[in-house]
Design a binder for this molecule. Structure first.
Ligand code: GUN
Ligand code: ZN
Length: 441
């Protein structure tokens, strides 16, 4: 038997694509299912009774009983250097950046520190069932080397980039238009499409880049048409006013990025809370995507994202933690807060749509849905095992649920990293939850 064969039996949940209507979502529940993997790719998925004859000889079957297997979560926006400031009390975006984010990011100029924190960060993602993320590093190229090195060791599909920032930040965190261009180019050459890794140009947000820097970012995007772009857009009123003052010649916030060629199908804009009509049009016509960051938007008091509008405008949306403005690495907890944000907007989020946002929807936002997001044969074998009995409360609630949909919803409201018993990346087990240790006295 090849070591690269894997057969998983259990209860599966994913979002199936509906052939003639990509906007229609269907929760697929295979109660006694089988997933076959060869060399990191899904080769077969369906009912156990239909597939058991297809299991290669001498390939052992991992029978996961009543555990629930879902595709690995996709976090479409998160900051690697901000893991250490998660849950820092105080004020709103711009003050929080000054007081916590910038001082923390200074530390990543130290290569040894960055490599140590990268291992912690990747472990935390996997522990929470996140198998792919789009990640901000810091202005220091060594922070990108550290993160990609840690992700590569686990075989993860990860998108990341060096922050571009040439004004309005502490001196130790600034580059210049030229150094930002040169360093980004060298990192693209080194990491983009190396194994499963992909590079994202990362201008932090309009207030911290000059027109010269944004123009050079646009030049890089032209030189490497298949790289990504990630940044922030319309998160906070004070931020938006600042952008208006800094770029009076532009129609609106998004126009600052669009003017420099930074919109497009691989461009992901985090937050998008206070988006104007013209910006919605442009997000749609450029096929750009939004990262919806509910825990961050509540924590920093930024506002309530309008998911119904995004759906109506046919703009792609993925779910995101935005750690450390966001307060949890867990995409289950992020879905929980997304549900509450949308309740406050009189928009009801179903468990099916929440799972979509955290898996296939995220994959679509990142243009990776041909590779990730559900159990379609041919896709990459990133999946996680959830335990509906992970805590006493969740166990009690799970036993009272009547449908797969209800069970999934209970997992999202009550679950977190304790509910993730195992994480598989590229067909390999990369995280196994340790049993609870005795409580300390
Ligand atoms: N806008 C610019 N930088 C940041 C950041 O680090 N976090 C958040 N939430 N918004 C930003
Ligand atoms: Zn962010």
């Amino acid at each position: 038997m090849s070591k690269e064969e894997l057969a998983i039996r259990g209860q599966f949940l994913d979002i199936a694509e509906v052939a003639d209507d990509p906007s229609a979502l269907r929760l697929r529940h295979v109660k006694d299912g089988l997933l076959l993997v060869h060399n990191g790719l899904i080769t077969w998925f369906g009912a156990w009774t239909d597939g058991k004859e297809k299991i290669p000889q001498s390939c052992p079957v991992h029978d996961l009983g009543d555990k629930i297997i879902v595709p690995g979560f996709i976090d479409t926006h998160i900051h690697f250097p901000q893991a250490e400031i998660i849950g820092s009390h105080g004020e709103q975006l711009l003050q929080w950046l000054e007081n916590y984010a910038f001082p923390a990011e200074m530390r990543y100029g130290d290569e040894e520190y960055a490599f140590g924190m990268a291992d912690f960060f990747i472990k935390e993602l996997l522990k929470n069932g996140t198998t792919t993320a789009m990640v901000f590093c810091t202005v220091h190229p060594q922070s990108v080397d550290a993160l990609f090195t840690a992700a590569e060791k686990k075989g993860m599909r990860l998108i990341a980039g060096k922050v571009l920032m040439d004004r309005n930040a502490p001196a130790g965190l600034l580059d210049t238009p030229e150094s930002g261009y040169d360093e980004s180019k060298a990192l693209i050459e080194k990491w983009h499409k190396r194994g499963r890794l992909l590079y994202a140009l990362t201008p932090r947000f309009a207030p911290t880049s000059t027109n010269e820097q944004l123009a050079l970012a646009g030049k890089l995007k032209k030189e490497y048409p298949d790289i990504y772009l990630q940044t922030h857009l319309s998160e906070n009123r004070e931020e938006i006013n600042w952008v208006r003052q800094l770029f009076p010649e532009r129609q609106n916030y998004l126009d600052v990025y669009h003017h420099h060629g930074l919109t497009g199908k691989r461009s992901v804009f985090a937050h998008c809370i206070h988006v104007e009509d013209g910006e919605w049009d442009r997000l749609r016509t450029t096929d750009s995507a939004i990262a919806f960051c509910p825990t961050s938007n509540l924590f920093l008091g930024s506002g309530l994202f309008d998911l119904h509008r995004a759906r109506k405008e046919k703009v792609k949306v993925g779910l995101a933690t935005d750690v450390g403005g966001g307060t949890s690495f867990s995409m289950l907890q992020t879905a929980n807060e997304a549900y509450k944000v949308l309740q406050l907007r009189q928009q009801n989020l179903s468990a099916t749509e929440a799972l979509y946002l955290a898996t296939l929807g995220g994959a679509r936002a990142l243009c990776l849905d041909h590779l990730l997001g559900n159990f379609l044969p041919g896709k990459e074998a990133d999946f996680i095992v959830l335990d509906p009995g992970a805590t006493q409360l969740l166990s009690m609630r799970s036993q009272k649920t009547r449908t797969a949909n209800e069970l999934l919803f209970a997992l999202m409201i009550l679950g977190d990293d304790r509910a993730v018993v195992a994480t598989y990346v590229n067909g390999h087990l990369v995280h196994k939850r340790q049993p609870e240790t005795e409580p300390r006295r």
